[in-house]
Write a protein that binds this ligand. Sequence first.
Ligand SMILES: [Ca+2]
Ligand SMILES: [Ca+2]
Length: 193
Amino acid sequence: MAEKPSKTVCRTFPSNPFSFRTGDIEIDPGPDKAHPYPSTITVSIPSALSVIAKVTVTLSDFSHSAPGDLDILLVGPDGVTNTLLMSDTGSVFLVSDLTLTFDDNATSLLPGLSSLQSGVYKPTNYETIENLPAPAPQTSPSVNLGNFIGMNPNGTWSLYVRDDVPGTHGGFIGSWSLTITTPETEECTTAIL
Ligand SMILES: [Ca+2]
Ligand SMILES: [Ca+2]
C-alpha cells in the first residue's frame, strides 16, 4: 500500500529573552538580613520554551555606604540551585544609584578593594564560600549564573541579601530584575493530505 502523502510544517521559535522585575530591598546597618528576605520574582514562561539557556540579573538604584558588608545570593525556583552575585565587593566606599548587571559573559569582576561603578560584571565573591541565614539554601561553591542552565525557569526566584558586618550605615536596592533567555526551539506538525 502506498504511503499517504503528508506535509510537515515547522515553526522556529527564536531564542527569546523574558524579563521580570520586582520592588525594593531595604538593608539595615547589620549584621542582619535585608527586608524582604528573600525578595522574590515569580517567573511564568510558556511551557514550550521553558528551558534556561542564559540568566542575567540587574540590581537597580543600588545604594550603600559599605558594599563590602553585603552578600547577595540568587536562588532558582527549585529552592536549591543558586549562585552568589556579589560578596565582599566594593569595600567601604559609599555608592548611590548604581545599576549593576551580572552576566557570565562580562569581561570583569566587581572590584574588591575599590569603589563599585555601574556596569556589567561576572558574579564576584572575595570570601570563602559561606552560607546565608535560613531559609537560604547552602551556598553553591560555583559562583556562576551558568549554574541555572537547563533548568525549568518557571516558579519563584529568590534574592537573599544580608549585611554581615556591624556598622552604622545601611542602604537599599531600588529594584532588581531577572532576564531569562530560552534556547531556539523548533516545533513541527505533520498533516496527512
Ligand atoms: Ca560577607
Ligand atoms: Ca554593615
